[in-house]
Design a protein around this ligand. Structure first.
Ligand code: PRX
Length: 655
């Protein structure tokens, strides 16, 4: 079944300025891509050679997707912290600014840390962790605001061979406890409080509440706002006290390339969040190489990724990618609309940012506020724009390029996932024409393939042609996740069993005749809310934990700003009356259970959920109703109670 899909989409040519001094022209991309798939070992041996290795790898890619066993650079030894910091200091670049910190409050103090200073801070944190008893292989939970110490905590763990598990600062105590428990982490690093949009985030208090449920050996607390907090004697330590008198040297632990580097929890279609496991060597090379080519970074430039270090984008493109490239990266504690809707542009202007990488949801939110906030600021320093996290609608793309990029600079729309470690499909700024709404072409070594429901191949790079289907990747790449922490079977089951021998991304996708990929969104029960991945099952579990709820089904629906909103169908226990108050209470309940990012947008009470006679909830129908798409509900005759549908539609229309 070959689909022929027309893409009348506009083509935006590579801007002239992007061609000058680019690290990769179209001819180079084509030659390099072809080499990367025909001789992946030769290609990745060369890319990896930019890093320092204690023992240079001779084995490069060794992998199988059936059974699942993935290794890259298996006999190599290195340390990613050395490659991110010490290597640049040793090369005489210690005075180059590594991180610029821009606080939440525009009147607050900007901080700049050179590579030498960031190294010294990392050594201090590393030695403090050692003093607490943290050893190689231990899991350390990091629950930090967007301050340099967040990056320092990650780098310090990497330096001593501890495995970091960063938990986004917006997650609830229950979510923290679950993650601590899942990876049996004995250590936590947090701050007293975080600040976002003028609001205080009680990080230490949240950790305290989590630790009522699960025990750890010690908590290291970074003082940030200076707010009064509770310190538990014997368990909690102030970083500025414990780290005051540690040694100024801390040799990097020699890591095997396949030693774990970090765990990052992400939502799946079923069950609790999965601890995606990344290892050292392949991830280091993948983030170094993708950052280098996609952002085409040039010495002296200021690069700003607006993500949070609690997400994979922050891991790969605030910390490891930029720092391994010796770049100057900006870290922003705040939000786009505080104190006003021009905050992003004010920061770009203030720090003369050259490369700006953000999420479509932020662009859509700012677009709504009009261009007056943009034109107030001089954005002429910008050379490259990026987008990540969810499909960007062409309208938002154009607004971004025309108003922020003055219609002159490239936009890279980068598709990737927590599990891929780094960027997989994108245009390269000096090489590829752009098509608003399409992520572009595969990065080096990436072999995308579109398959139908039965696994039949519709299109890939060898067949060419246009098609639409489910997006798989057929070969391994160095940045690929190796497992789910402690559950390799679930890893195999989740990603490699739908289409045996292939990595299934969970995304739907179209390929046009020019070989451009257009991600259409998730095809599983995962929704993407403001670029954040959310398992509908997680929200359902949270809802049914409430005493008055009998059953819940959660689906996504189109939302102007968030991309997708969270739509909850809720059945209450017998005798309980629906009310607006109860809906508000349930919303609050989900925030407490998971965190504010999971707050339901719409709660619709229904006397029952539509089920098949065998008791399976018919989500397809619920999705269509939430989308206000009543015309294509499909066959409802298999429902145990078809009359329910009318009530559901009526309930939807009343919203
Ligand atoms: O559906 C895709 C969407 O985000 C999912 C991955 O989410 P997460 O692991 O949280 O990582 C987000 C940051 C890399 C994907 O399965 N997604 C990510 N980037 C894009 C995207 N969808 C369309 N276009 C993108 N550029």
């Amino acid at each position: 079944m070959q689909n022929t899909i027309e893409h009348p989409a506009e083509i935006v040519p590579v801007p002239a300025a992007a061609r000058e001094g680019t690290s990769c022209t179209l001819e180079q991309y084509e030659a390099m891509y072809s080499r990367s798939v025909n001789d992946p070992d030769g290609f990745w041996a060369e890319q990896g050679a930019r890093l320092d290795w204690y023992r240079a790898p001779t084995r490069i890619g060794e992998w199988s997707f059936d059974p699942v066993d993935i290794k890259w650079y298996a006999d190599g030894q290195l340390n990613i912290c050395h490659n991110a910091l010490d290597r640049h200091v040793a090369a005489g670049k210690g005075d180059v600014t590594a991180l610029i910190f821009e606080p939440d409050d525009p009147q607050g103090e900007t901080r700049k840390l050179t590579y030498a200073q960031l190294l010294a801070e990392t050594i201090r944190m590393a030695n403090t962790l050692k003093k607490m008893g943290v050893q190689k292989g231990d899991r350390v939970t990091v629950y930090m605001p967007m301050i340099p110490e967040g990056a320092v905590a990650m780098l310090a763990c990497a330096r001593i061979g501890a495995i970091h598990s960063v938990v986004f600062g917006g997650f609830s105590p229950d979510a923290i406890a679950g993650r601590i428990e899942d990876c049996t982490s004995d250590w936590v690093i947090c701050a007293d409080e975080g600040l976002r949009g003028g609001k205080k985030i009680p990080l230490k208090a949240n950790v305290d509440a989590a630790l009522d449920k699960v025990a750890v050996k010690a908590v290291l607390v970074v003082r940030h706002t200076g707010a009064p907090i509770t310190m538990t004697e014997g368990r909690d330590h102030w970083y500025h006290e414990l780290g005051a008198d540690v040694a100024a040297e801390c040799p990097c632990e020699v890591m095997d390339a396949e030693d774990p580097l970090f765990i990052l929890y992400t939502s799946g279609s079923t069950g609790k969040p999965k601890g995606v496991l990344h290892t050292t060597g392949g991830y280091a090379v993948w983030t170094e190489t993708t950052f280098r080519y996609v952002f085409d970074y040039r010495p002296g430039e200021i690069y700003w990724c607006t993500a949070d270090i609690g997400w994979v984008t922050g891991h790969s493109y605030i910390v490891y990618g930029p720092l391994q490239n010796g770049a100057t990266a900006l870290m922003f504690e705040g939000v786009p609309n505080h104190p006003d809707h021009d905050r992003f542009w004010q920061v770009v202007d203030k720090h003369k940012v050259n490369i700006f990488y953000t999420a479509p949801t932020a662009i859509r939110a700012l677009m709504r506020e009009g261009t007056s906030h943009v034109v107030k600021h001089d954005l002429s320093s910008l050379r490259l724009l990026g987008s990540v996290g969810e499909p960007i609608n062409p309208e938002a793309w154009r607004w971004y390029q025309e108003n922020v990029g003055h219609g002159k600079i490239p936009v890279v729309d980068t598709w990737w996932q927590t599990e891929t470690g780094g960027i997989m499909i994108t245009t390269l700024p000096g090489a590829h024409d752009m098509k608003p709404g399409s992520a572009g072409r595969p990065f080096f070594s990436v072999c995308p393939q579109l398959v139908d429901g039965d696994g039949g191949v519709l299109a890939d790079e060898t067949t060419g042609g246009a098609a639409e289907g489910n997006l798989c990747i057929t070969r391994s790449w160095p940045g690929q996740a190796r497992s789910l922490y402690g559950d390799h079977d679930r890893f195999t089951q989740t990603y490699f069993s739908t289409y045996k021998g292939k990595y299934f991304t969970g995304d739907g996708c179209r390929r046009d005749a020019d070989g451009y990929y257009w991600i259409t969104g998730r095809v599983d029960d995962v929704i993407n809310v403001s670029g954040h991945r959310m398992g509908t099952a997680e929200v359902e579990s949270a809802l049914v934990l409430h005493d008055l709820v009998a059953e819940a089904a959660v689906v996504g629906y189109p939302h102007d700003i968030k991309g997708q909103g969270i739509y909850c169908y809720v059945t209450l226990n017998a005798g309980v009356e629906p009310s607006d108050e109860l809906a508000a209470e349930l919303r609050k309940h989900v925030r407490t259970e998971i965190g504010p990012i999971a707050t339901p947008d719409i709660i619709q009470f229904t006397p029952a959920l539509p089920k098949t006679r065998s008791g399976k909830i018919m989500r397809r129908i619920l999705r269509k109703i939430a989308e206000n798409d009543f015309g294509s509900l499909g066959d409802t005759s298999t429902l145990a109670d078809p009359s329910l549908v009318d009530g559901l539609i009526e309930g939807r229309l009343n919203r």
